[in-house]
Design a protein around this ligand. Structure first.
Ligand code: C2E
Ligand code: CA
Ligand code: CA
Ligand code: CA
Length: 279
């Protein structure tokens, strides 16, 4: 949608000034947080739909604020996207994920891939694959241990940079997933052309799965469509045994959600890995 054009203007009210000051303060604080490495990653397990074995962990960023405590990503990611800080933030997330993998390896744990989230901006402005390659090398981590989740809108972008970034990530050997699938406007042909590894069905579809036959059939259609073009399907937001059972019956490849495990600090992951099938 087109916002007010360049020719239009708004009166600069005290309220607007206050909001601007607030935004500048918040982005300065986030910049400080990135520089002082106050960001931490929580990890959420993902399991195989065929065997129930642990397959990977999604890294989800949190801000360990010195006075406010743990702050969730919804409180700062949108602002980071607007201000462009998301690029520095994203690079730190990749560095933290690779450092974690290296630490787990040092402890002799069976390594499973870690999946990091990338914003559309990181893809559309380029530099993501280079940052990723550098972090993998810095920590001596195999590219096969990293997965990248990109929002559906980034896959729709027809920009040359986005297409090149996606190709460069694939050449590195990292698996790519479309995140929040079903909330954007990607088409079957676009997904097929990009040749991504899998798609993560947005959790709103999982939430509605048992509401009606139509919702159930819709999920089935997504799974068969994905499989027809050689993509894996990950269901997000699995919160009950009933949902899990339906998803297994629908031939869903991987599942993730509170029923299987909430995002938790890295220290809690080794206990899960002991039971895991090594990568
Ligand atoms: P997302 O990538 O779709 O991640 C899934 C979100 O759903 C996470 O919220 C997770 O905690 C939550 N979730 C997982 N299982 C369940 C469930 O069973 N039920 C419900 N209701 N929720 C569940 P979180 O950690 O607050 O992250 C929110 C969003 O922030 C993420 O959505 C992602 O878009 C963004 N985000 C998180 N970390 C990063 C990052 O490092 N970089 C970027 N660019 N974005 C990030
Ligand atoms: Ca995600
Ligand atoms: Ca998602
Ligand atoms: Ca998703």
């Amino acid at each position: 949608a087109k916002a007010a054009g360049k020719g239009s203007y708004r009166f600069f009210t005290p309220e607007l000034a206050e909001r601007l000051v607030d935004r500048i303060t918040r982005s300065a604080n986030l910049k400080h947080a990135i520089e002082h490495r106050e960001l931490v990653l929580y990890y959420q397990p993902r399991v195989c739909g065929k065997t129930g074995a642990l397959t990977s962990f999604e890294a989800l960023v949190r801000w360990m604020h010195p006075s406010r405590g743990l702050v969730g990503p919804d409180n700062f990611i949108p602002m980071a996207e607007e201000t462009g800080l998301i690029v520095a933030l994203g690079e730190q997330v990749i560095d933290l994920a690779c450092a974690q993998l290296a630490q787990w390896r040092e402890h002799g744990l069976p390594l499973l891939p870690v999946s990091v989230n990338a914003s559309a901006r990181q893809i559309n402005e380029g530099g993501l694959s280079a940052a990723l390659a550098a972090a993998l090398q810095r920590h001596g981590v195999d590219a096969a241990l990293l997965e990248v989740e990109i929002t559906e809108s980034a896959t729709v972008a027809e920009s040359r940079i986005a297409t090149e970034e996606i190709a460069a990530l694939q050449r590195l050997g990292v698996r790519l997933y479309v995140d929040d699938f079903g909330t954007g406007y990607s088409s079957l042909s676009q997904l097929r052309r990009l040749d991504l590894f899998g798609l993560k069905v947005d959790r709103s579809f999982t939430a509605r799965l048992l509401h009606s036959d139509e919702d159930h059939e819709l999920f089935r259609a997504i799974v068969s469509m994905a499989h027809a073009i050689g993509m894996q399907v990950v269901a997000e937001g699995v919160e009950s045994r009933e949902q899990l059972q339906s998803l297994i019956a629908l031939d869903c490849d991987q599942m993730q959600g509170y029923f299987l495990g909430k995002p938790a600090p890295a220290e809690q992951m080794p206990a899960l890995m002991e039971k895991a099938v090594p990568f």
